[in-house]
Design a protein around this ligand. Structure first.
Ligand code: PMP
Length: 321
């Protein structure tokens, strides 16, 4: 698969990967007839590229794993895209390099039903495609210490909408919860599942600390299998020697936790200091959250040689002024 015939980024703005080639983002447009636009028949990823100024490199965190999750979603939603895992990683590094951002970026791949056909409620026999954009990206949650509320919206069960993939359809639930929370003046919502167990944030997994143990909901409580979650579990065990327990969590156990934090590609690791207007412990970032956050930030920007294998380097090309 070659992309060499495509546009170089000069001063014609950002580029996107669209319909098999790299084109100006302004030209990457779909028809209003597109199936995915009507029915959210799509899966996507959120990947971060972290700018390392000393090395002049954007480190893309856990690139392959993100595409493994995307491809699992493709399988589930019968999205036949003509790219292998290696192709997807190569296309991504190439686009990041060509777009030339020398700052933190967000990478958004999307696999979608591109068939221009509505009134067709099935997945089979519909054309699929893949597109990719990259945008500059800073602090996602807008605050380093979060005030959260418990959402009145509940997470769908896996028997309603698949919960282990990042399907576009499932994000209407996150968006309703986030809208409710932010309109009420909170930074983020914590969403419970149908049984009333703690599930996750709108775009983050959740952890609590209880007497030195790190606890996070089991994925079967409908949380997304997050790579930041997986990374933090590994760091907590191997670097801090903490016991990590994956189990169901009751809402009131969160109120009584010693620490709470959220994890996600966009959110990084962000402490929750208040839930439903109650301070968590003394209402400050806790010591375990702070230690894990410090390690995580060092790793994602490629400053910890031990974990450099999680970071795919991309060297931004100089963009003509
Ligand atoms: N849960 C939801 C609902 C999310 O959207 C995300 C962000 N992808 C996460 C959890 C965290 O996943 P990750 O750490 O892989 O970004």
């Amino acid at each position: 698969m070659s992309t060499t015939q495509n546009h170089q980024n000069s001063n014609d703005g950002p580029l996107a990967f669209f319909k098999g080639e790299v084109v100006p983002l302004a030209d990457a447009k779909v028809s209003v007839m597109t199936h995915a636009l009507h029915y959210a028949t799509a899966v996507f990823e959120g990947i971060r590229g972290n700018w390392n100024e000393e090395k002049g490199v954007v480190y893309i965190f856990r690139l392959r794993e993100h595409y493994e999750r995307l491809l699992r979603g493709c399988r589930l939603l019968m999205l036949d895209i003509p790219y292998s895992l290696d192709d997807l990683c190569r296309i991504t590094v190439d686009l990041v390099e060509r777009n030339g951002y020398r700052e933190d970026i967000y990478i958004r791949p999307l696999a979608y039903k591109s068939a221009e056909l509505v009134a067709n409620l099935k997945l089979q026999d519909l054309a699929s495609d893949f597109t990719l954009i990259t945008v500059p990206f800073g602090n996602y949650l807008g605050s380093d210490l979060l005030r959260c509320c418990t959402s009145t919206w509940r997470r769908p069960e896996d028997t309603m909408i698949p919960t282990h993939i990042k399907s576009s359809a499932s994000y209407i639930n996150s968006i309703l919860a986030k809208t409710e929370a932010t309109l009420a003046g909170f930074d983020e919502a914590i969403i419970l599942n149908q049984s009333g167990r703690v599930c996750e944030g709108t775009g983050e997994n959740i952890f609590m600390v209880d007497r030195g143990r790190l606890i996070t909901p089991v994925l079967e409580d409908n949380a997304l299998p997050g790579y930041t979650r997986e990374t933090i579990i590994q760091l907590a065990q191997s670097e801090l020697g903490l016991e990590v327990v994956e189990r169901s969590i009751d809402r009131t156990q969160l109120y009584l936790a010693d620490e709470i934090f959220l994890t996600g590609t966009a959110a990084h690791l962000t402490p929750v200091i208040e839930l439903d207007n109650r301070p968590i412990a003394d209402g400050k970032a806790g010591p375990i959250s702070s230690k894990l956050q410090e390690m995580y930030f060092k790793i994602v920007v490629g400053r910890d040689p031990k974990y450099l294998h999680w970071c795919t380097p991309a060297v931004p090309r100089l963009v003509a002024a």
